[in-house]
Design a protein around this ligand. Structure first.
Ligand SMILES: [Zn+2]
Length: 131
């Protein structure tokens, strides 16, 4: 995958260097550690929580991502297969519950990526130092 904001969001890597892990446990389905983040990037030192309550804003992102994830399959079922309301409701709730850990992390990652820019040269500098 090409490095940059999308890589950072889906691989849960540092938005600045794309090298350090954002979360203590990389598997979002280990629910007990779902929100446990490192304080800084282990590679470039980027702070992951720039200010107290920073991730409250991720709730808005989460709302949008959830709506998209639920709306698209519901629309396909409704318009493509003429599904009835109970089927749509069960599908949408199922998707919501199963994708919750992913949506939670993607939202935080998106939110952090809005405020922290990817620096490709920094990554090169850091990789050359690591060797
Ligand atoms: Zn970093």
């Amino acid at each position: 995958m090409k490095k940059g904001p999308l890589y950072s969001i889906f691989a849960s890597k540092c938005p600045k260097c794309n090298l350090g892990d954002l979360y203590v446990d990389n598997n979002p389905f280990h629910l007990r550690k779902l929100g446990d983040m490192h304080k800084n990037c282990s590679c470039c030192g980027q702070v992951y929580e720039p200010e107290t309550g920073f991730y409250y804003g991720a709730m808005y992102v989460s709302y949008g991502v959830s709506i998209l994830l639920m709306f698209i399959p519901a629309a396909i079922l409704y318009f493509g297969f003429n599904a009835q309301f109970p089927t749509l409701l069960a599908t949408v709730l199922g998707i919501y519950v199963l994708s919750f850990p992913l949506v939670f992390r993607w939202s935080r990652n998106i939110w952090l990526n809005i405020f922290v820019r990817f620096d490709p040269e920094l990554k090169q500098k850091l990789s050359s130092h690591a060797v």
